[in-house]
Design a protein around this ligand. Structure first.
Ligand code: XMP
Length: 504
């Protein structure tokens, strides 16, 4: 295991995923986790991530006391990246100062000493890397040596051969450091880390856990949403316990156009999972508290003991908030309904077989479990459904129906244009504002809708999808001509950050 201590870098999740792409299992935990959380995971390598702080700030985060001694006496390799390097240097008695010149973006570094971290690299070799720092290591702790420097003379890589501690000032995990992954790979070789991990290992492990947890008389319930996460979760649990799994598709009245019919048909035809459809539209639209969990508990004849959820790793991952922002780490955990909104007194115990996986890994697992391609390629759809896409009162102004019709035209046009699979997510938003228009020689005062499409790897960051002008002309015309009550259409071209994907 390679364990990442998250000091708040925007790249921390990327490090975790990129290491997994080297077939090495990696997990990421909060930087101030107690030493016992770190030691209980028994990692071979611990990476101290970058972060937005300076080690000189009063409230800058650090690792637990005793961490360095534990790593040294147990032969655990430690790699500090950027802030992680500064922290290692400072805590071991070296000095970090504000750099004379700050280094941001593409830089060249030169290897000065042959060393473990650069594997086969020779002294004098140069490579392009991505830097993003203001502080720099000025004096190194005893035992450390500089092994590479930037063009500006700043320390770019250090190592303490005896203690097996390493540091990189740049970010090897970003694609702008073209040799960064090779550097990590050679470091893992030096550390003797096994590179045989596969997504299937998580599946095998989860099946074992589920079989130990669910005794023969227990029943398990899974709420399918029609999306990839709950579908893959259900298929995996079905593989483990067979027909003791009961799947329910809850129509909460906040689904897209004809979603219920389409999803039920696909479940029956392609997935062969036993699914019951429950119509809970009324309870949801009356905003009854905990309607979701109540419906699940009420609608199964047998008393279920467990609830399966398709929670993914980014939903549960803990991350370190920058100090001084007043944020606690719970703010960084998404407020999604599958993580936060189950009733406190719910009797069902949770099974979350995907909780260690990223979205692309879930897709891969889906392929292994032979979930049909049509499911695996579906755009994500949020648990609260269209409720997060109607920005005013969902029950007013025919908002849900209007939104369904706009969304259907937009998505169908995307499918017809053959670009659905190039887009992470596309949808329309119903805005609680009206504007003046002119339709059929008359002035109208009708609603404004917005629509957007984004590209993304994992939903953590996103960019807007660049449509052809003709495509946009065509969609807007179809919406205004076919959807009563809409006279203006806006296109959202904001990336994440600063926006999020859903408008909520
Ligand atoms: P944001 O809006 O946080 O979205 O950029 C990232 C991904 O998460 C989905 N999302 C949600 N999913 N309940 C969900 O189940 C929610 O409340 C929710 N909010 C956002 C969003 O659709 C995108 O794929």
């Amino acid at each position: 295991l390679v364990l990442i201590l998250d000091f708040g870098s925007q790249y921390t999740h990327l490090i975790t995923r990129r290491i997994r792409s080297l077939s090495v299992f990696s997990l990421c935990i909060f930087c101030t986790s107690p030493l016992s959380s770190i030691t209980s995971l028994n990692p071979k390598v611990v990476i101290l991530s970058g972060g937005p702080h300076s080690v000189h700030a009063d409230d800058s985060p650090s690792f637990a006391d005793g961490f360095v001694e534990w790593a040294q006496s147990n032969g655990v390799f430690v790699l500090g990246i950027c802030y992680g390097l500064h922290l290692l240097v400072q805590r071991l008695g070296g000095e970090v100062r504000v750099g004379e010149k700050q280094e941001y973006g593409r830089m060249e570094i030169e290897v000065e000493k042959s060393c473990g971290i650069f594997g086969g690299k020779k002294v004098g070799d140069r490579q392009v890397v991505w830097m993003s720092h203001g502080d720099e290591a000025a004096t190194l702790p005893n035992g450390f040596e500089v092994v590479a420097r930037s063009q500006q003379g700043a320390v770019a890589a250090v190592e303490d051969k005896y203690r097996r501690f390493y540091g990189l000032q740049y970010h090897p995990e970003v694609t702008h450091s073209p040799e960064g992954m090779e550097t990590l790979r050679s470091l893992f070789e030096v550390c003797g880390v096994n590179a045989g991990w596969k997504t299937e290992d998580v599946m095998d492990e989860e099946i074992k856990v589920i079989n130990n947890m669910v005794v023969p008389d227990d029943h398990v319930i899974c709420a399918l949403s029609g999306g990839i996460d709950s579908t893959v979760a259900a298929t995996l649990v079905h593989k483990a316990i067979g027909d003791r799994l009961h799947c329910v598709f809850v129509d909460n009245g906040l689904l897209r156009y004809k979603e219920r019919e389409r999803v039920m048909e696909t479940f029956e035809r392609d997935l062969h999972l036993p699914v019951t459809c429950v119509d809970a539209t009324e309870q949801f639209l009356k905003l009854e508290n905990n309607a979701f969990a109540k419906e699940l508990e009420n609608n199964l004849g047998k008393k279920p003991a467990f609830l399966v959820q398709g929670t993914l790793y980014p939903d549960v991952i803990e991350s370190c908030p920058p100090p001084g922002t007043g944020r606690t780490h719970s703010h960084t955990i998404k407020s999604h309904h599958n993580v936060g909104a189950l009733p406190k007194d719910m009797k069902l115990k949770l099974i979350e077989p995907l909780k260690l996986l990223f979205k692309d890994e879930v897709r891969q697992l889906g392929r292994i479990l032979t979930v049909p391609y049509s499911f695996l390629k579906r755009h994500p759809f949020p648990g609260p459904g269209l409720a997060v896409r109607v920005l005013g009162d969902v029950t007013e102004d025919n908002a849900l129906d209007t939104l369904r019709r706009v969304d259907e035209i937009f998505i169908q046009s995307i499918k017809d244009a053959g670009i659905y699979d190039s887009i992470w997510q596309a949808f329309a938003v119903f805005l609680p504002v009206k504007s003046v228009g002119v339709q059929g020689d008359q002035r109208t005062h009708s609603h404004v809708v917005a629509f957007l499409a984004v590209t993304s790897q994992d939903g953590m960051t996103s960019d807007w999808y660049h449509f052809e002008r003709e495509f946009l002309d065509d969609v807007v015309q179809k919406i205004c001509n076919n959807v009563r009550g809409v006279n203006r259409v806006a296109l959202d071209i904001t990336s994440k950050p600063p926006s999020t994907i859903e408008w909520e």
